[in-house]
Design a protein around this ligand. Sequence first.
Ligand code: HPA
Length: 253
Amino acid sequence: MARTFPEKPSCAVIAGSGWGGYSGGDTEKVILFSDLHPSLHTGIPGHQGIFRFVRLEDTIFLFVEGRVHLYEGYGLSEVLIPLTFAYLLGVRIVVLTSASGSLSPFLSPGSVLVLSDQIDWTFIPDFLPRAQFDESLQEIALSCARRFNLEAIRGVYVGVLGPSFETAAEIRMLGYFGGHAVGMSTVKEAKWATALGLKVLGLSLVTNWGTGLSSSSLTHEEVLSLAGLKKPVLHAFLRDLIVEVLHEDCRES
Ligand code: HPA
């Protein structure tokens, strides 16, 4: 059956924990992951697998919610399907969002890490090139965050397989190795997006201190709870960010 889509989106946002449920703009079309691939669905709270074509001012962007993870037992090719779909639709810029735990006393929960680099600590071979994060997109993200009084710093994201949170010793090690925050997504997508020639921006909401950096013990619910509190400001930030990113893209093309 032939499908019809609204006009071509040039930017896709892949929503991680805390970034979903974007309510700015008008949703013009929704496609379920399971429409593209019967095995793609996710049972993680806070994740539902859909592609939304969202009209924002005079453009359309793609908002992808409910990415699937390696820790759910999906293979690399399945984890990368949403990004591949976005690419096939003509997307040139991808914003990879996530939640993460802080590895540094200087990055407190509620802040956003703007990825300048990453460490792939998943131990899943992939034969993909190294990820590259676009510097001008990082600048745009930092200046947008300042306007919303959102604490944001540039730094290194460490991607682990999960699903369990790290031990205190692992958190110390990842910090010594140069990481600023640790999460369970993004690293493979960033490599694949780079391989596809996309401009990549990585944003990670720091939802908690890594184990051992605070006295409370960590749960997935705690991550979702801080993410929920931050949602309104994150969405306002995302809206401005997308508008600016799309204008920048128009100027360049
Ligand atoms: N570790 C790994 N992934 C995460 C964390 C964490 O502390 N917080 C949110 N996602």
